[in-house]
Design a protein around this ligand. Structure first.
Ligand code: NAD
Length: 355
């Protein structure tokens, strides 16, 4: 199996395959680009069907982090790590410590944060072997979990998108459907409810959706109905790839703005959404509040600083993307990639024409 010829290889700087015989750890760490700074990105533990699936995931996700941090105006590169195996069966203290040592061996070029299958307690264990871990509270009173910052950023971005598409900043009476009311989606729903939006929610966990109904007055719908509702805004806050060709044919909303990573099942959907007058808010721009918060936490700076950065960066970057999309006719996801790339790739700036 070749990495250099892999379909998801994109001039990644460093790909490390990590094996610890004693704990059984098998992991891959990928640093995509470190032009803007050391790479920061989640450590995921997942039961991949084969090695190729894991390689594909780590190559794709680390590249995505380069774009996300650049779009967020952070001095960070893009990286990600994956641990192969079902976290429920194979996660042990010994394995997490071994992972911490591999992260440490990169000397800070890659800093790991939480991701699916890896929680705060796991990060603390890795943190006993390396200082290059972030996004969790090492001591009582520290803020840790970046979900509130992510939700705040999505809220700001959603309002910018509504203003662009519906020419109003008033969410009172605006119909919003939130797919997935977990850590981010529920907090987003709370902020929307506070501004008077009418909410529809779906979640695979019935109790999550019922909590939103009870606490926020949201209407609960089945997961397969959420995208076809007659609403103004859809906020995908569950898993990736939920916006596909079938969803496209059902959509009634004029705005898509949510926290999920990799929302579009394939890139061409960006143009297809634009052709249908649906304003797609690029995922890695609108959900960058979390990484901004993690960056400020690592600097030991208060949330107020992160809050200011989130507000300013998400507002300005989305406004630029929406304006350029309107004037050039290009899809918002394509413009977002250009805006991010202009920030991390010095060779690209000269060929990217600003509209
Ligand atoms: P979470 O696991 O707390 O919440 C996700 C919720 O979505 C869960 O309640 C789950 O039951 C539900 N869900 C899953 N599939 C669904 C489906 N098909 N229909 C309806 N509900 C479904 O996760 P989270 O931390 O809230 O993150 C949500 C999304 O945002 C993820 O894609 C994540 O990668 C992304 N994201 C999160 C952060 C963060 O700071 N937490 C930052 C950036 C991006």
């Amino acid at each position: 199996m070749s990495v250099f010829e892999h379909r998801s290889f994109d001039a990644h700087e460093h790909v490390a395959f990590c094996h610890d015989k004693k704990s059984g750890l098998k992991a891959i760490i990928a640093i995509h680009n470190s032009h803007l700074g050391n790479a920061l990105g989640g450590c995921r533990m997942f039961d991949y069907r084969c090695d190729d699936e894991a390689i594909n995931d780590v190559l794709r996700l680390s590249r995505g982090m380069t774009y996300k941090s650049a779009a967020a105006n952070l001095p960070l590169g893009g990286g990600k790590s994956v641990i192969l195996g079902n976290p429920r069966h194979y996660k042990t203290e010994e394995l997490l410590r071994a992972m911490g040592r591999f992260i440490d061996s990169l000397g800070g070029r890659y800093v790991a944060a939480e991701d699916s299958g890896i929680n705060e307690a796991d990060m603390r264990i890795m943190g006993q072997e390396t200082a290059h871990v972030a996004g969790f509270s090492a001591q009582a009173g520290e803020r840790g979990d970046p979900s509130p910052a992510t939700a705040y950023g999505v809220f700001i971005g959603l309002k910018i998108a509504v203003e662009q598409r519906y020419k109003t900043t008033d969410l009172k009476g605006m119909r919003v459907a939130v797919q997935g009311v977990g850590n981010v989606g529920y907090r987003l729903a709370e902020m929307l409810a506070r501004e008077g939006a009418e909410l529809w929610v779906s979640d695979l966990y019935k109790e999550n959706a019922e909590r939103a109904a009870k606490e926020l007055g949201a209407h609960v719908v089945d997961p397969d109905q959420i995208f076809s509702l007659p609403v103004e805004v859809i906020a995908p806050c569950a898993l990736g790839s939920t916006v596909d060709d079938i969803v496209l044919s059902q959509l009634q909303a004029g705005v898509i703005a949510g926290s999920a990573n990799n929302q579009l099942a394939h890139d061409d959907l960006g143009a297809a959404l634009k052709a249908r007058d649906v304003l797609y808010t690029p995922d890695y721009v609108i959900n960058s509040g979390g990484i901004i918060d993690v960056y400020y936490q690592r600097q030991g700076l208060p949330y107020a600083r992160a809050h200011k950065h989130i507000t300013q960066t998400i507002t300005e970057t989305l406004q630029e993307i929406f304006q350029r999309s309107a004037s050039t006719g290009e899809a918002t996801n394509v413009i977002a990639d250009k805006v991010a790339r202009r920030r991390f790739d010095p060779d690209f700036s000269s060929v990217d024409c600003v509209a």
